[in-house]
Design a protein around this ligand. Structure first.
Ligand SMILES: Cc1cc2nc3c(=O)[nH]c(=O)nc-3n(C[C@H](O)[C@H](O)[C@H](O)COP(=O)(O)OP(=O)(O)OC[C@H]3O[C@@H](n4cnc5c(N)ncnc54)[C@H](O)[C@@H]3O)c2cc1C
Length: 414
């Protein structure tokens, strides 16, 4: 193993690999990615639904998702590697008049901010999503430029493009310590020896807190289980089927493997304290969320009756990381020059991966992320961050109300 690199990235999920790609594209090719597992992107990234939607609570995240869509659409042309983005649009459904009233405001706001969105009637909903019982729906709108992708394929495309540009990726290599001298990071200690580095970027997903703590930094976030399933195949799901968000049910749905993939943000979520779990804890150790997904089925079946009879082919679950306000935690680690950390993905880390990689690469190579990232500054909670109970309660509360952004007045949205 090469014992030195200009920049070392800890964690080979989609954030680490996007960062590696963006660094290399910006000319910083002396980059090494360290991944503890034998396989890359086998933790949170491998479980994701891969939805890429532009209706977001903040202008920063709207721009971030727009950047992702543009990058994904041109990625194969630029790099020769297909991230598998399917631009089928997304359909947002309201089940109540109150929700519909907030949609009016959202559509106007979206169009006023460069995101194409239009109301659709029952006939068009049924054409887009033939299994939908439009008579159970108050109304909805369609965002044609949204879509979805297979997160593994996308992460693999970032890896391949980064390696083509000279990045070295080391699997089976766990960071066990961060070497810091006189307030400056000097490298990463691993179970295979020290790797010296001028800059270190920690993108270790739910383990980012554990790794960053090795240099005294504790990001204000909580790992929270999120889950989705894939059903057995169902006849009649068209190729162009959009992503569907049933916001009143806190559920989403899209086609996968000839059936449906659906996921659920339950109101009373389960958070984890990784420090209390065995060191080798992996995503695959999380129990199958059978009961929670039955609740999701019950919530979705009134609008998608076909789900009642479809067997579950696969359960997927992982730990998404949430900060108390649901925004990312990205930036330089205070008091340790050359060290950066990125976490708090808020179940939006696939859609945000492209922008996160670009911000971190710009920060590392130019000392500036290229736009105002104060809303994702890890230091924004001040002393509140030390109150772990507060962090947990607020973060769980944010997760439990995840889809409330779609009922929020735009003027109040963050
Ligand atoms: C069920 C589910 C559905 C989701 N759906 C969506 C969606 O539709 N859209 C969306 O945008 N997002 C979605 N997400 C969220 C998305 O999956 C995450 O935001 C994203 O994968 C985070 O990527 P990451 O690289 O930060 O973390 P990870 O993929 O977890 O990668 C971190 C890596 O760091 C490695 N690592 C940890 N510790 C060390 C160490 N000490 N040394 C070396 N390596 C280490 C890990 O092994 C891991 O490979 C979903 C998540 C789940 C669970």
């Amino acid at each position: 193993m090469t014992r030195r690199a200009s920049t070392v990235i800890v964690g080979g999920g989609i954030w680490g690999l996007s960062t590696a790609y963006h660094l290399a594209r910006a000319g910083g090719t002396d980059v090494q990615v360290l991944e503890r597992n034998d396989e890359l992107f086998d933790e949170t990234t491998s479980q994701a639904a891969g939805l890429v939607g532009q209706i977001r609570a903040t202008p920063l995240m709207r721009r971030a998702v727009r950047y992702a869509i543009d990058l994904f659409l041109g990625f194969e042309r630029e790099t020769g590697h297909d991230p598998g983005f399917r631009q089928v649009g997304s359909l947002l459904l309201a089940l109540t008049p109150e929700r519909m009233a907030s949609f009016e405001e959202h559509v106007e706001h979206a169009n006023g901010n460069g995101v194409e969105a239009r109301f659709v009637d029952g006939a068009e909903m049924s054409r887009l999503a033939p299994h939908l019982d439009a008579s159970r729906v108050e109304g909805g709108y369609f965002v044609p430029e949204d879509g979805y992708l297979d997160p593994r394929q996308c992460a693999e495309a970032f890896r391949a493009a980064a390696e083509d540009l000279g990045v070295r990726v080391r699997t089976g290599t766990a960071a066990t310590g961060l070497s810091v001298r006189d307030g400056r990071v000097e490298g990463v200690e691993t179970d295979r020896g020290l790797v010296e580095a001028e800059r270190v970027v920690v993108t270790a997903g739910p383990w980012t807190g554990i790794v960053a703590k090795m240099a005294g930094h504790e990001p204000a976030m909580v790992p929270i289980r999120h889950q989705r399933v894939t059903t057995a195949p169902a006849p009649g799901i068209p190729d162009h089927h959009p992503v569907v968000r049933v916001t009143d049910a806190s559920c989403y749905l899209r086609p996968e493997d000839g059936g449906y993939l659906y996921g659920f943000f339950e109101p009373d979520p389960t958070s984890y304290d990784l420090e209390k779990l065995p060191a080798g804890f992996k995503t695959s150790d999380i129990e199958r969320p059978v009961e929670v997904m039955e609740e999701a089925r019950g919530r979705l079946s009134p609008v998608f009756p076909v789900l009642k009879s479809l067997e579950i082919a696969h359960y997927k679950r992982g730990l998404t990381t949430f900060a108390p306000d649901g925004a990312y935690l990205i930036g330089p680690v205070p008091q340790v020059e050359g060290l950066f950390a990125a976490t708090g993905c808020a179940a939006l880390g696939i859609a945000g991966s492209a922008a996160v990689g670009r911000w971190l690469a710009d920060w590392v190579t130019r000392g500036d992320p290229g736009e105002d990232l104060s809303s994702v500054d890890p230091g924004r909670f001040g002393e509140g961050a030390a109150d772990l109970e507060w962090v947990r309660t607020e973060s769980e509360g944010f997760y439990g109300g995840y889809y409330s952004v779609f009922s929020m007045s735009v003027s109040r949205s963050r």
